[in-house]
Design a protein around this ligand. Structure first.
Ligand SMILES: Cc1cc2nc3c(=O)[nH]c(=O)nc-3n(C[C@H](O)[C@H](O)[C@H](O)COP(=O)(O)O)c2cc1C
Length: 341
């Protein structure tokens, strides 16, 4: 089936679900413009997700998606956690943060509650990263006619997505901003879209969606020529009025000299973003830090406070490799329209 029909959209352009960045305003604006908006619900609890879905429904009658993180439930290495806390203390002190309280959440329980929420509110499309949900979850969603989109960073992961019943798969090229969605092994192959798309379309029957470094219609046409039926775009939409990213982050997106790097220091999982002092100072400890999501929980208060204090040195400034140009009109609608010509 063609991707437009599968998603029921005019344009096969998906605004990436971006945790902490894409809420109801951005998702609804993109869906209203003819693309597929996505609520980035990776870090939300089910109550917040419920509110976000209701708000999105108030703003659009077009289809939208919810993006979720497949739980990984890593073993808690106490020594690594103690060490990471000590390494993070200077940043906490610099920001005036006091006691470190980490919410004792269970990834799987949270995830299952969010699955129930999307079913309750008839969300038509759910996308996943960091893995493939269990057979039971996939069957449950499918029994409610929900369209499922997975994420792959290599051919093996793309094949697994198809095998487990995903209706479409996002191919996340090495150019992509934000967290890498790999789940088959820790050695991310870092294949770029130019090689990745043809490799996968030769092997898969489900539609593939290209993600990474796409910032204009040329990128869309190029990925289409290679066999992708649609695109998923993050960084360009982060830089819109409707995105929830801190203004300081948005301002850096269009800086003349952009230098993105891959780092695990914020979350324990590799992600691409703009280099800063936190990444530079912490990079020599990268392999000693706790796995995702433990390190993410430890740095979360630092990132939140850094955002409030406009301290970009300690923020996770996720960005892909595509050059984002300055635009006068940064409404999501105008930015979306700039992609269509
Ligand atoms: C700020 C930011 C946050 C992101 N958060 C998520 C997320 O929550 N879930 C997800 O599946 N992908 C996430 N991604 C990755 C996107 O799905 C996509 O792979 C990436 O944005 C494509 O590259 P681009 O940023 O160059 O467009 C994020 C990307 C960015 C830039």
């Amino acid at each position: 089936m063609k991707l437009e029909s599968l998603l029921n959209v005019k344009y096969p352009i998906i605004q990436a679900g971006m945790a902490n960045v894409s809420g109801h305003a951005l998702a609804a604006a993109i869906s209203n413009a003819g693309g597929l908006g996505t609520i980035g619900a990776g870090y939300m609890n089910s109550e917040t997700l419920e509110q976000e879905i209701l708000e999105t429904n108030n703003l659009t009658d077009k289809p939208f998606a919810v993006n979720l993180f497949v739980p990984s439930n890593p073993t808690k290495d106490k020594n690594k956690i103690t060490r990471a806390k000590a390494l993070l203390e200077p940043y906490r002190t610099a920001l005036g943060l006091k006691d470190l309280k980490i919410a004792d959440t269970n990834e799987t329980t949270d995830f299952n509650e969010k699955i129930d929420t999307v079913i309750k509110y008839n969300v038509p499309i759910v996308s996943f990263t960091f893995g493939i949900p269990t057979k039971a979850t996939i069957e449950k969603l499918k029994s409610h006619n929900i369209t499922l989109i997975g994420t792959a960073t290599n051919l093996e992961e793309a094949l697994l997505n198809e095998l487990h019943g995903m209706d479409a798969v996002v191919l996340q090229g090495s150019e992509a901003g934000g967290h890498r969605g790999y789940f088959t092994n820790d050695k991310d192959t870092m294949i770029g879209l130019m090689a990745f798309i043809p490799e996968v379309v030769d092997e898969l029957n489900i539609p593939v969606i290209a993600a990474g470094g796409i910032v204009d219609s040329r990128g869309i046409k190029a990925t289409h020529a290679l066999g992708a039926q649609g695109v998923q775009i993050g960084s360009l939409f982060l830089n819109t009025n409707e995105s929830l990213a801190p203004t300081t982050h948005k301002q850096l997106m269009t800086k003349e000299i952009d230098h993105t790097v891959l780092t695990k220091v914020f979350s324990g999982k590799t992600a691409r973003g703009i280099n800063n002092i936190f990444i530079e100072e912490m990079k020599s400890y990268e392999d000693e830090l706790p796995d995702y999501p433990l390190q993410n929980q430890l740095t979360s208060p630092i990132r939140k406070e850094a955002g409030l204090q406009k301290e970009t040195g300690f923020l996770s400034l996720w960005k892909g490799q595509g050059r984002i140009k300055l635009q006068d009109d940064l409404s999501a609608e105008a930015v979306f329209k700039s992609l269509i010509n």
